[in-house]
Design a protein around this ligand. Structure first.
Ligand code: HEC
Length: 132
């Protein structure tokens, strides 16, 4: 009986580890991206109302050639802002709060797991090296 109890606790602990870890969900990321799609491409290099988000991870803010950024976004990049998970979370929670004067207004994502899923989606549509 004693061993059986320990066995049960072990199983529950494993179940918690498995369900507690958030695995990024590309399908949900695609749905989240719909909130960006009016202004941004995800899988094409072309800019729209906003700069393309293709290759956004690791890119310096305000750095795409051929896109007319606000002075605020250009300055943010000059001051060292690079897009990664942490900076995107801060930005998407409140764009104006992080880059005061950005032309991207009023979009707010508050759920960090949605942002993880969005990043996973954006990474999933990147061309593979040998396709470029
Ligand atoms: C209504 C149009 C619009 C929507 C919707 C929108 N954006 Fe933007 N976004 C812009 C514009 C315009 C800029 C350029 C801002 C500037 O120059 O200040 C921008 C800039 C950005 C940048 C900085 C890019 C760079 O090259 O430095 C990121 C990152 C970004 N948007 C992410 C998102 C995400 C993620 C979503 C969806 C959750 C989203 N945006 C929704 C218009 C939009």
């Amino acid at each position: 009986m004693h061993h059986f109890t320990i066995f049960c606790f072990t199983i529950i602990a494993f179940a918690n580890i498995i369900t507690g870890t958030h695995a990024a969900d590309i399908e949900n990321g695609k749905i989240v991206f719909k909130r960006c799609a009016a202004c941004h491409n995800a899988d094409k290099p072309d800019n729209r109302i906003g700069p393309t988000l293709q290759g956004i991870i690791g890119r310096k803010a305000g750095s795409l050639e051929g896109y007319r950024y606000s002075p605020a976004m250009i300055n943010a990049g000059r001051n060292g802002l690079v897009w990664n998970r942490e900076t995107l979370i801060t930005y998407l929670h409140n764009p104006q709060g992080m880059v005061k004067g950005t032309r991207m207004a009023s979009i707010r994502l508050n759920d960090d797991s949605d942002i993880d899923d969005l990043i996973a989606y954006l990474e999933s549509v990147l061309p593979r090296q040998n396709e470029k």
